[in-house]
Ligand binder design. Sequence first.
Ligand SMILES: Nc1ncnc2c1ncn2[C@@H]1O[C@H](COP(=O)(O)OP(=O)(O)OP(=O)(O)O)[C@@H](O)[C@H]1O
Ligand SMILES: [Mg+2]
Length: 315
Amino acid sequence: MSNAAPDSIPAAGAPSTTSASGETEDSGRFERFAGTSGYIASRGLVDAVNCALALQRPLLVKGEPGTGKTLLAHHVAEGLGMALDSWHIKSTSKAEDGLYVYDTVQRLNDARFGDGDVKDIRSYIRLGPLGRVFSSENRQVLLIDEIDKADLEFPNDILRELDEMQFTVLETGDEVIAKKRPMVIITSNNEKELPDAFLRRCVFHFIDFPDVEQMREIIDVHHPQLEKTLLEQVLIKFYWLRDQKELRKRPSTSELIDWITALLRAGANPSQLESEIPFVGALLKNEQDTRAIEQFTSRGGTPPNSFEALKSLRR
Ligand SMILES: Nc1ncnc2c1ncn2[C@@H]1O[C@H](COP(=O)(O)OP(=O)(O)OP(=O)(O)O)[C@@H](O)[C@H]1O
Ligand SMILES: [Mg+2]
């Protein structure tokens, strides 16, 4: 358990002259994220990451499923040259799990079978993700993924630790104080509203669904060898599908990437996509949606073959 003094860590927003990374705030300098080659980030998203870095506040990222919220944390860590620790939130997650867990079962077992020093409670304290990044000698990125999965109280329960960057291990009285203030990235799919007090402490960014041009760049990251005419057909069919009002769940970026992988593995050519959508199961994930497309084709409908045709359908 770390008892080390903080590296002059200012509480977020508190007047201070030295940041956790040791740079003076007067200089107006902070570690900046400039993107990575493996992640296509809009200007607004890069600005939001840098705003969070400058303010030393958590970045809350929302957006449709599959729009790269989780992946962002990996690439912010890569871009900043920091390690990433992740806390994947479940419906049963509790704030305390992120701090530490006292492994009473192990202690009981050791007491029963005579292993280990059961008097030393510290050896049974297992740090959670927040505890680990606080204890790290190096500044880290902490991903708190899908915060809206937990109960309503969860965000409020981690407010204090995120603000103060410290907590006490009740069983030992040890203080765990962040040596370097981590860059915290929190994702949400909007399943639940987050409390105002929590939102007030975050920098917020909503990842808009990529337009066609941005999607070309994203596809290029994952499938740089994709032939241009196949790429065009893929994009036309994908955006046409997303336009279909009757779909319950519109396919997302991650499904598009999977679909292209399937097409490439099957050796699909652009002409195969002209009148049908092969491997539709990679894109549509429930029977009502697949049935809706089947009915469309059985009525003699064909998806558009060009962006002009797609545009005219939208008018
Ligand atoms: N901007 C992007 N640049 C590169 N790849 C992307 C981008 N956005 C999405 N992807 C692709 O989509 C996949 C899904 O991204 P990710 O898992 O981060 O989405 P998510 O928003 O966290 O989804 P969910 O809400 O379902 O958890 C990535 O593995 C990647 O293949
Ligand atoms: Mg995710």
